[in-house]
Ligand binder design. Structure first.
Ligand SMILES: NC(=O)c1ccc[n+]([C@@H]2O[C@H](COP(=O)([O-])OP(=O)(O)OC[C@H]3O[C@@H](n4cnc5c(N)ncnc54)[C@H](OP(=O)(O)O)[C@@H]3O)[C@@H](O)[C@H]2O)c1
Length: 297
């Protein structure tokens, strides 16, 4: 039995879809079982034979976290500690999702972050996520921490939806050109999570998983535009100008790593994985939106 925590979130939604498709036995919960309340976890998990917990729940509002510091830590640190304690007590194997924001992103473009590179988060969200990782490492031995980045998927707010909306509303869209990362489709992360379970893996530890390749937000936006236009997701002959801007002219409450491309060598080696490029994954996502007439843009 698998317990999927955070099934109503963007990633959790795709993990649940896959659990159903593959007919795996699972339980699912989201904020109705508050992870920051240990007793709530105990109550929900009582009498259930759980072998794996997949934790996709988290506090993910990167800018809001700068004011809601306690809330971010109570979910991303204390909540994760509770899940780790619950898992330790019941000999459950944990798969937990973390982020590239545990790094400061001060490296140059030839660098890729490996799992054991020095962490140094530069915003509250990143600090709270790192604190969660540390709780797991203290409490558990049988854990997988998967750091991923720049997620987009069918459910929830994400950069692809924001761009598609702005392409409808505006003629000029300004996008940051000097922050680099790897756009990643939640479906691909979900498949990777299930691969760990289906392999019944005991190669515990921290892993990095994103789609292959890197882009700036500007390049990502231009690619979304080109592909969406080709697919007819942007109506009419409207031509949008996408303008690159530097971070210093686009102010946000939280500072973000400038360059946070993750090395996937370890996960590819250990799980014999082939990871597709971010632009191929984006094709699939946009085709899915078109075929399913998803207008939640
Ligand atoms: N999105 C990204 O670009 C990105 C990048 C790297 C890593 N990650 C990590 O990947 C994971 C999944 O991200 P996501 O984008 O799918 O997040 P998401 O869409 O925000 O989903 C998180 C889910 O957790 C729920 N939740 C929040 N507090 C909870 C609590 N105390 N108890 C139980 N459930 C709670 C949320 O409910 P409410 O919505 O009601 O609060 C939401 O349904 C997170 O760990 C995140 O840090 C995300």
């Amino acid at each position: 039995m698998i317990w999927l925590i955070g099934n109503k979130g963007m990633l959790g939604n795709d993990v649940e879809k896959l659990l159903k498709e593959r007919r795996l036995t699972y339980l699912a919960s989201d904020n109705e079982v508050d992870i920051s309340d240990y007793k709530a976890l105990e109550k929900f998990g009582k009498d259930k034979k759980i072998k794996w917990v997949i934790n996709c729940a988290g506090y993910t509002k990167v800018d809001k976290a700068e004011e809601e510091i306690d809330k971010a830590f109570s979910i991303n640190k204390d909540g994760v500690r509770n899940i780790a304690l619950f898992s330790a007590k019941r000999q459950i194997r944990l798969i937990h999702i973390s982020t590239d924001y545990v790094f400061d992103g001060q490296q140059d473009a030839s660098f890729v972050y490996r799992e054991d590179d020095k962490t140094n988060p530069i915003n509250i969200y990143g600090k709270s996520k790192l604190a969660g990782e540390e709780e797991i490492k203290k409490i558990l031995e049988e854990y997988f921490i998967i750091r991923t980045a720049w997620l987009y998927g069918i459910k929830g707010n994400n950069f692809v939806y924001t761009m598609l909306r702005l392409f409808k509303e505006r003629d000029v869209v300004k996008v940051v050109e000097d922050q680099w990362g790897s756009p990643t489709y939640t479906v691909d992360v979900a498949k990777d999570i299930l691969k760990i379970i289906e392999d019944d893996s005991v190669n515990y530890g921290i892993y990095h998983f994103t789609n292959e390749g890197a882009a700036s937000w500007y390049e990502f936006a231009r690619t979304i535009y080109k592909k969406a236009k080709r697919l007819g997701l942007i109506e009419g002959n409207k031509k949008i100008v996408i303008e690159p801007i530097r971070t210093e002219y686009y102010s946000t409450a939280a500072e973000r790593p400038k360059y946070s491309v993750l090395s996937k060598e370890k996960i590819k080696r250990e799980f014999n994985l082939k990871i597709r490029g971010w632009d191929k994954a984006l094709d699939d996502f946009l085709v899915f939106l078109k075929e399913n007439k998803i207008e939640n843009i």
